[in-house]
Design a protein around this ligand. Structure first.
Ligand SMILES: Nc1nc2c([nH]c(=O)n2[C@H]2C[C@H](O)[C@@H](COP(=O)(O)OP(=O)(O)OP(=O)(O)O)O2)c(=O)[nH]1
Length: 140
């Protein structure tokens, strides 16, 4: 089972999605940015590193949500989501084709990777994501 962390980054009531490049496993699909845990790296160190590498953004971790296990047939992943806020940086696309800030409801209309859809279908994850997006709107 491949351990993968992903960041649910909220700003102004919206959540950041990143689109996979054509040469990747889930070409053109949208995902929460993140990546595989290396060696004995902690989940938290992994997500902070991945977002720094991929998007040139420094994030603060707000909360770990429930991981989902997903079987793609040729690979099994455990996707570990973290609610995150932006500390600093300007969004760059070092690894992705595109990015999009989405209202929570809009996320569900996107062509998401299957594991990400499963993650959002967990009622508790969805509730916490919506609450967090709303809070980030009120703060802005
Ligand atoms: N980053 C990320 N990967 C996801 C998500 N959903 C999902 O099924 N995946 C899959 C795609 C890949 O098979 C795997 C993550 O691999 P990756 O290529 O993003 O990780 P990485 O940056 O560490 O990759 P690399 O060093 O091997 O190139 O998990 C998601 O929301 N975010």
């Amino acid at each position: 089972m491949i351990q993968v962390t992903c960041a649910i980054i909220a700003e102004d009531g919206k959540i950041l999605l990143a689109q996979n490049r054509a040469d990747t496993d889930h070409a053109f699909q949208w995902e929460f940015p993140g990546g595989k845990i290396y060696g004995n790296e902690s989940e938290e160190a992994c997500i902070v590193r991945e977002i720094r590498e991929e998007l040139e953004i420094e994030v603060a971790i707000i909360q770990r949500l429930a991981p989902v296990e997903f079987d793609y047939g040729h690979k099994q992943i455990c996707l570990i989501p973290f609610l995150c806020s932006v500390k600093s940086g300007t969004l760059a696309l070092n690894d992705h084709l595109n990015s999009k800030w989405c209202e929570p409801e809009e996320l569900l209309k996107m062509d998401l990777s299957d594991a990400d859809r499963a993650l959002l279908e967990e009622t508790n994850n969805w509730r916490l994501l919506e609450e967090y997006a709303r809070k980030k709107q009120d703060n802005s």
